[in-house]
Write a new protein. Structure first.
Length: 402
């Protein structure tokens, strides 16, 4: 186990996945600069330029990243797991694009977050410090599946199998099934406001991971992995789907539904529905994925200022996950290509308007400063993921441009 000196923030301060964001922003009424089309240069070049800025301002001596730039009071020696996940996702894209970004080394650095009390899993803080979240671990699993597909290292399969074991520890029959959010907050009704809940993020990203792992796992594991994914799908679909087919956030341990809607929750259910359709051949899964894809676009995308259509101006990491889902859905739902193109149009303007003078990104890609949140590594990871995802979507490659 690696040990990193320094203190890591506790649950009340750490900004974990389901609590990081504000309420969805109302329609934007200010002035948005009209940047028009992106200037010359390919998307993969813009992605690599952003990567260099992140390495310059956030990289640290551990081969990890700092949580904020500049470092904030109370920051530990490395970022929390969630923004590191965001960086590994983006680095996977850059590796596919042909850039040398030490991808294998960054995947291996996940082990600096691993802890072994009981079932091995990944903690929220480096050095194995902090709570262990079921959504965080599933996102690690998604990235390990991608790493295996690119690098074919068998140890990634072993680590994925460990994550499946950890997920099973977060299951019970409270409210008819589903995963809890945090290992340390399982079924504590008096702590519902502190995160004792069964959220769409934990259950949705678990499906995203499990259905990716299903394709590469040993044959002996396939039936159990698929059964778990289907059970989680059924629970989220019946418990957290609103009447408009967009998913709400969670059901608290006190039994209350928290109805805020975030783009990444619907994204995970789109991916799960489509993958379950292709694995099982059951049409209802695809129909449900398409219904949520259309509904999420109608819910989250609307006119803002001079932008005729815009994705939310806050929490870009959430939006990028929805774009991943749309890209995957295109072969089965042609309308999803239009949803992606709206995002590409937003990103073109964002390249011109949404960056600070040092090349780092604002949270709000129209260029409105939110100083505290702009400092977060997660905001930079989201921008890097967006640029590199669009580069892959446009079938760019570094070598082809040379």
């Amino acid at each position: 186990m690696y040990i990193i000196a320094g203190l890591f923030l506790t649950l009340s301060l750490c900004a974990p996945s389901c609590d990081f964001s504000k309420e969805p922003m109302p329609p934007f009424k200010g002035e948005i600069k009209d940047g028009g089309e992106t200037e010359s240069g390919l998307w993969h070049e813009k992605a690599y330029e952003t990567y260099q800025k992140v390495e310059q301002f956030y990289g640290n001596q551990w081969g990890l990243y700092n949580e904020n730039y500049p470092k904030a009071k109370g920051d530990g020696d490395a970022s929390f797991l969630w923004p590191y996940d965001g960086m590994v996702s983006a680095l996977a894209n850059l590796n596919r694009l042909g850039y040398n970004v030490d991808y294998a080394a960054k995947v291996e650095k996940y082990e600096m977050y691993r802890s072994n009390p009981g079932v091995a899993a990944y903690s929220s803080g480096a050095g194995g410090y902090g709570e262990r979240y079921f959504d965080d671990n599933s996102i690690v699993g998604i990235n390990l599946v991608e790493a295996y597909n690119q690098l074919q290292k068998p140890e990634y399969l072993t680590r994925c199998a460990d994550i499946v074991k950890f997920l099973r520890t977060g299951l019970d029959n409270t409210f008819g099934g589903g995963l809890w959010w945090c290992e340390q907050l399982i079924n504590m009704p008096d702590k519902s406001s502190e995160g004792s809940n069964k959220p769409a993020c934990a259950n949705g990203f678990a499906q995203w991971f499990l259905l990716g792992y299903y394709e590469i796992c040993p044959e002996a594991e396939k039936a159990g992995v698929l059964e778990l994914a289907q059970s989680l799908y059924d629970w989220v679909y019946s418990t957290l789907r609103d009447t408009d087919n967009v998913y709400v956030n969670d059901k608290g341990a006190d039994g209350k539904i928290h109805s805020t809607k975030w783009a990444y929750n619907s994204a995970a259910m789109i991916v799960a529905g489509q993958r379950l359709y292709h694995i099982t051949g059951q049409q209802h899964y695809l129909d449900e994925a398409i219904a949520t894809a259309d509904a999420a676009y109608n819910y989250f995308v609307r006119p803002r200022g001079t932008l005729p259509l815009s994705y939310p101006l806050n929490d870009p990491w959430f939006t990028v996950k929805l774009i991943h889902a749309y890209i995957e859905l295109i072969p089965d739902h042609a309308a999803a290509a239009g949803y992606v193109e709206t995002f590409v149009s937003n990103l073109k303007r964002a390249w011109l308007n949404g960056r600070q003078t040092n090349g780092l990104w604002y949270e709000d890609w129209t260029g409105v400063s939110n100083v505290d949140r702009d400092c977060s590594l997660l905001m930079q990871a989201a921008a890097l993921d967006a640029l590199s995802t669009v580069a892959l979507y446009k079938n760019e490659h570094k070598e082809a441009a040379e």
